[in-house]
Design a protein around this ligand. Structure first.
Ligand code: MN
Length: 325
C-alpha cells in the first residue's frame, strides 16, 4: 500500500499513557490509494494515532475487481515499519526489492519488515477471483529495530483458536496461549475473528486494544460496530465479550502503549524531519538513476511492468514532532 494522503500532511503519532478501559469510537474516512482504488482508513486519526505499535489501519472492499482494473500500486519505498497484508477474499500479487514474488491469499499472513529500507509493488493478478476484500496494517518499529535488514515473511500455518462462537486466527503475537510464528519487535497482538456467535477473548491487561470490523456487524463489549469504524478499548482489560447478529468479521489489534514519538510521512515512519528528507531524496535519486549503482537503500522491484512511484513534494513547513493535540 502506498499512502497518497500523506502528500498533504504529516502525522506525528504519540500514544497516550495507559488510560484504563474506555470506549472511544473512531470514524474511518475514504482515502484514494491510487487512481482506481479507495480504502477506508481508521488509523491514524486526529483523535487516535496508535494502538500499541499499530499506526496505520486500512480496510477495503469487498470490491468487484473482475470488471475494474483491479488493484495496482507501483513500486514505492518504506522505512521504519512492518506491513501486514491480510485478505478475506481475492488475491494480490506482491513483489519487492528483495526479489520476493508472492501471491497474497485469504487466510495467509504476509508480513513485510521494511527496517532500513525496502520497495514493493502490489497488484491484482491477471487471473483473479471476482472480489477483493482485505486489510493493510502498519506496525511502527521501535528504536532498537527500526533499521533492521528488510525481510518478507509469508506465513501459512497460523494458529487458530475456537473460543465459544469465535473463530480466531492469530496473525501476530499470542492469544489464549497460541502464538504466531511471525516476527514482530514490540509486545503486540493482531487477531482475525470470525464471529459465528457469542464468545469471550482473553486479553493482556497491560496492552491497549481496538477492534475494527471488516464484514457485517459485530458487538464488542456491548457496542454495535460496522465496517469503517474502529472501537478503541484502552488498557486494563483481561477479557472482552464479542458477538454478532450476522456472522460478522473483525480484527482485534493491541499492544503495549508505544512510548516513542514517531513521525509518519508518505510511506516512511521516522523520528525527525531530516530523516524523512533523506529517505525521500534517496528514493528519488535511486528512481532517477533507474536503480543502478552500488549500495541501494531501496532498490528496484524485479518483474513489475511499469515505472515506480515518485515521492510527493515535501510540505514547505518543517516536519516536526508535535503533541497529539
Ligand atoms: Mn506499501
Amino acid at each position: 500500500m502506498s499512502n497518497r494522503e500523506a502528500q498533504r500532511f504529516e502525522t506525528v503519532c504519540v500514544s497516550e499513557s495507559a488510560v484504563g478501559p474506555v470506549h472511544e469510537l473512531v470514524e474511518g474516512r475514504d482515502v484514494p490509494i491510487s487512481k482506481t482504488n479507495l480504502v477506508n482508513r481508521t488509523l491514524p486519526h486526529r483523535d487516535r494515532r496508535m494502538v500499541g505499535a499499530w499506526c496505520f489501519v486500512d480496510t477495503y472492499g469487498p470490491d468487484a475487481v473482475i470488471t475494474m482494473p483491479g488493484m495496482r500500486v507501483p513500486p514505492h519505498p518504506h522505512i521504519g515499519l512492518q506491513t501486514v497484508s491480510w485478505l478475506l477474499e481475492g488475491t494480490i500479487e506482491h513483489r519487492d526489492s528483495l526479489g520476493s514474488l508472492q501471491l497474497v491469499q485469504p487466510g495467509e499472513l504476509n508480513l513485510m519488515t521494511a527496517g532500513r529500507g525496502i520497495a514493493h509493488s502490489e497488484e491484482s493478478p491477471q487471473a483473479r477471483p471476482p472480489q477483493l476484500h482485505g486489510a493493510q496494517l502498519w506496525v511502527a518499529l521501535p528504536e532498537h529495530a527500526r533499521r533492521v535488514e528488510p525481510r518478507f515473511e509469508h506465513v501459512v500455518d497460523l494458529p487458530r483458536v475456537v473460543l465459544g462462537g469465535l473463530r480466531a486466527t492469530v496473525l501476530v503475537g499470542e492469544l489464549a496461549g497460541e502464538a504466531s510464528p511471525a516476527q514482530v519487535h514490540s509486545p503486540l497482538v493482531g487477531v482475525d475473528l470470525d464471529v459465528v456467535d457469542q464468545g469471550e477473548l482473553p486479553l493482556d491487561p497491560a496492552f491497549e486494544h481496538a477492534v475494527v470490523v471488516t464484514r457485517g456487524e459485530v458487538v464488542v463489549d456491548g457496542e454495535l460496530l460496522r465496517p469503517g469504524r474502529l472501537l478503541y478499548l484502552g488498557t486494563g482489560r483481561d477479557r472482552l465479550e464479542v458477538s454478532s447478529p450476522s456472522e460478522g468479521r473483525c480484527l482485534l489489534l493491541g499492544g503495549e502503549p508505544f512510548d516513542e514519538e514517531i513521525l509518519m510521512w508518505w510511506n516512511f515512519v521516522a523520528r525527525s524531519h531530516e530523516e524523512i528528507v533523506e529517505a525521500r531524496e534517496r528514493w528519488m535519486r535511486e528512481l532517477d538513476s533507474g536503480f543502478t549503482g552500488e549500495r541501494l537503500q531501496f532498490g528496484a522491484v524485479p518483474g513489475f511492468d511499469g515505472p515506480a512511484l515518485a515521492a510527493p513534494a515535501l510540505p514547505t513547513s518543517r516536519l516536526r514532532p508535535r503533541g497529539r493535540r
